[in-house]
Design a protein around this ligand. Structure first.
Ligand code: SF4
Ligand code: SF4
Length: 293
């Protein structure tokens, strides 16, 4: 079995208990306006550019056979990528001296992913950690995700899956025997607002959540605090009341806003959303949000 992976992060400490290695799988059916990993939305690989690593040498521009790269453009300190022209030949990534360009998303086998994850087994054992599948959304490549979970479970390693649950119920429930913790992303309870801000209604998400909560106790609901979108008293209280109406013992965690995705939107030629604030919330602000739970 093979699937498309766009990152593996070691020593993650926010994706479940202990020290974890997180696998980022490509593909997501949602289009959240604030998405922190927009490179994970399309299933196909994409050329990616880290402006902070770029020394503006221009080697990539000179070596592109289809003129897909431009130095300058709207921003003089920036390499512009024409994704329509780019054939993903990889020449620019080969000549870039600082690895500022890379192709994000590679087809990998279950065996390859499992062997990468097993390299960190000693850290999982010492810290009570494990592995986490995230993305994108692992439900999008559900067969590949399932194959990784099964392979890892053979080593009795803790597994977590982060999902927005927008997929077929039967595929989600197949994860249950091989998943020790579901990190369930709940963004907005109001269905109309959910559709406007994420591109999809939340009826399927809610029905999947209700089914999942009957099949496993191991669920942590996570609400990303996005200024002006999800970070309102009304939304947090609505999600809390809804979750507790399903099962009162399910934990809910609020995730602080991370404003560092701006560069990614520039690469994708997308408008970075206007937020009420462009900084993470302070400890006091997080405490005041947590009081609603
Ligand atoms: S991957 Fe190839 S086609 Fe795409 S920008 Fe780089 S050199 Fe050009
Ligand atoms: S080759 Fe790399 S460092 Fe040089 S301009 Fe291109 S992206 Fe920047």
């Amino acid at each position: 079995m093979t699937g498309t992976v766009f990152d593996i992060k070691r020593f993650a400490i926010h994706d479940g208990p202990g020290i974890r290695t997180s696998v980022f799988l490509k593909g997501c059916p949602l289009r959240c306006e604030w998405c922190q990993n927009p490179e994970g939305i399309p299933l196909d690989p994409i050329l990616w550019y880290f402006s902070s690593k770029c020394i503006k040498c221009g080697e990539c521009v000179k070596n592109c056979p289809v003129d897909a790269l431009t130095k300058g453009g709207q921003d003089p300190n920036y390499i512009e990528i024409d994704h329509d022209k780019c054939t993903l030949c990889g020449r620019c990534t080969d000549v870039c001296p600082t690895a500022a360009l890379s192709i994000t998303g590679e087809e990998k086998s279950t065996e390859w992913v499992a062997s990468e994850l097993l390299k960190d087994k000693v850290f999982y054992e010492k810290s009570g950690g494990g592995i986490t599948l995230t993305g994108g959304d692992p439900l999008y490549q559900h067969e590949f995700s399932l194959s990784i979970l099964k392979a890892i479970k053979e080593y009795d390693i803790h597994t977590a899956v982060e999902t927005a649950m927008f997929g077929m119920e039967e595929n989600l429930l197949k994860f249950v025997p091989f998943t020790d913790l579901f990190l369930v992303d709940f963004k907005i309870l109001d269905n109309d607002k959910h559709k406007v801000y994420t591109g999809v209604e939340n009826k399927l998400i809610k029905s999947n959540f209700e089914r999942l909560s009957k099949k496993t106790e191991n669920i942590l609901v996570r609400v990303p605090l996005i200024p002006g979108y999800t970070a309102t008293e009304e939304n947090i209280i609505n999600i809390r009341d809804y979750v507790y109406s399903i099962r009162a013992d399910i934990r809910i965690e609020l995730l602080n806003f991370n404003p560092l995705a701006r560069d990614k939107y520039k690469i994708l030629h997308k408008q970075y959303p206007t937020f009420q604030t462009n900084r993470s919330y302070s400890e006091e602000e997080m405490q005041s949000f947590n009081r609603f739970l």
